[in-house]
Design a protein. Sequence first.
Length: 53
Amino acid sequence: MNKFLGFLKNEEGATAVEYGIMVAAIAAVIITVVYSVGTKTNTAFTKVDTSLP
């Protein structure tokens, strides 16, 4: 019974899950920013390309 109660009080697994969620959220933000910047950069290069003879 003591091992079971010790298992319930152990928070190492919960901490790992929290870190995993945090890393996934940061990765999603980075992907969104890179996609947005890439689209804007592509638009800028397209404007330059069309303005050159």
